[in-house]
Ligand binder design. Structure first.
Ligand code: BGC
Length: 454
């Protein structure tokens, strides 16, 4: 007999025995130690230093101080009982200038972390890039330059050479869509460029970097490679031709611009012509088979034709009038502290839709991020969120989508990019004054659910 923890309607459905349970974090959001042991600055250090860029004026120079406190965090992972931990490697900690000299002390940190994880029986799943471009490369043009993709491949080789003996599963990039759209088209994230459609090369160069990294990792014998792409269903605001057209366009930007080249080896109509370089040749690299496809899912979006009477912002991010769409508020759902609608059914729709769209070209899926921002340590809302999304995921599996794993975002409260320390996504509460960690109710709920699964 299992006792039902508060917030859970029933015990969760049973997932397959080899289903991979994990939690995710990223380097810039947790490590801190920004100027320690030879780490070079990244695009996000520079961005946060510009007045007005981060809502609470904070930066991640301390964050959760995971760089020093990782043994405590690994102990939390062990107590939680997850199979795997997805973290990211900071490129500029390993290569302070993004290229050239390797910073041994930086690489040593990841070596220690991976050892500690292995010792705790938690599989390390490193993401090789989670938005923190080395500042030296950013200043040389960053992802607008093709060259950055080649520098990335060199960096990946350095990391794989050091950690590859203990790491079985790699993630090349996190959410190239956000770095393209938020970072380069709309300017809400680092590097803060507002290039609108001129940001497209950033998408292509990241995808090229992914392709090059896959080659490097295969060359080093890795048999399990994926990518973490953010995806979400798009709902048209009405059935009108204009609203449907706008929703299709938004869907193209968020979903198809990244999934099509990876899974089909093509760009959606009209895109390839707008991209620089030998695109056809690049697409062959970009579409090399993946062992699994990572999806970060948070929320669906309701989109209509550009409507000046609607707020010109989406989750606080200003959408310039040149963009041919407006985002509508999705009514009728609970909302997180970030004001994001909670729609577990949209995860089901997304997965079943992906299977319909990509068929046999879709490798097994892993949910590489899913989670919510709420205040408080007795976080019953987070339990309900996770419970609902896991049920939707299980339903999608029953409908024939091959899903092999689920990672909660995030292990602990952290530095939420342009929101600063305001949004708390953690299963573990972090007091940003004392840096004390306190497991929340959701941590205990997940720990008990994982025990029950086994
Ligand atoms: C990112 C995370 C971020 C989370 C919540 C994802 O887009 O990969 O770094 O913290 O969403 O906003």
């Amino acid at each position: 007999m299992t006792t039902l923890p508060p917030g859970s309607r029933y015990p969760l459905p049973r997932f397959p025995a080899n289903f991979l349970w994990g939690v995710s974090t990223s380097a810039h959001q947790i490590e801190g130690a920004a100027a320690e042991d030879g780490r070079g600055p990244s695009s996000w250090d520079a961005f946060a230093a510009e007045p007005g860029r981060v809502k609470d004026g904070s930066n991640a120079s301390v964050a959760t101080d995971h760089y020093h406190r990782y043994p405590e965090d690994v102990a939390l992972l062990k107590e939680l009982g997850v199979d795997a931990y997805r973290f990211s490697v900071s490129w500029s900690r390993v290569l302070p200038d993004g290229a050239g000299a390797v910073n041994k002390a930086g690489l040593d940190f990841y070596d220690r972390l991976v050892d500690a994880l292995c010792e705790a029986g938690v599989r390390p799943v490193p993401t090789l890039f989670h938005w923190d471009t080395p500042l030296a490369l950013e200043q040389a043009g960053g992802w607008l330059e093709r060259d950055t993709a080649y520098r990335f491949a060199e960096y990946v080789d350095v990391v794989a050479a050091r950690l590859g003996d203990r790491v079985g599963r790699w993630i090349t990039l996190n959410e190239p869509a956000e770095l393209t759209l938020l970072g380069h088209a709309l300017g809400a994230h680092a590097p803060g460029k507002r290039l609108l459609f001129d940001a497209l090369p950033v998408a292509h160069h990241q995808l090229l970097a992914h392709g090059l990294a896959v080659e490097v990792l295969r060359g080093r014998g890795s048999g399990s490679i994926g990518i973490a792409n953010s995806h979400g269903p798009t709902y048209a605001a009405s059935d009108s031709k204009e609203d449907r057209g706008a929703a299709d366009f938004y869907d193209l930007l968020l979903n198809r611009l990244f999934a099509d080249p990876l899974l089909l080896g093509t760009y959606p109509d009209g895109i390839a012509e707008m991209l620089p370089g030998p695109v056809e040749e690049d697409l062959r690299l970009i579409s090399q088979p993946l062992d699994w496809y990572g999806i970060n899912y948070y929320q669906p979006t309701k989109v209509g034709a550009h409507d000046p009477s609607l707020p010109a912002d989406f989750a606080g991010i200003e959408i310039p009038p040149e963009m041919p769409f407006s985002v509508h508020r999705l009514e009728g759902h609970q909302r997180t502290a970030f004001d994001w609608p909670v729609v577990p059914a949209a995860l089901y729709e997304l997965l079943v839709g992906f299977k319909e769209e990509y068929g046999d070209r879709l490798p097994p899926v892993v949910i590489t991020e899913n989670g919510c921002s709420y205040e408080g340590i007795d976080d019953q809302d987070r339990i309900r969120y996770l419970d609902g999304h896991l049920r939707a995921l299980n339903d999608a599996m029953d409908s024939g989508v091959d899903v092999r794993g689920y990672f909660v975002w995030s292990l602990m409260d952290n530095w939420e990019w342009a929101e600063g320390y305001a949004q708390r996504f953690g299963l573990v509460h972090v007091d940003f004054d004392t840096l004390a960690r306190t497991p929340k109710a959701s941590f205990r709920w997940l720990r008990d659910e994982l025990r029950a699964q086994r």
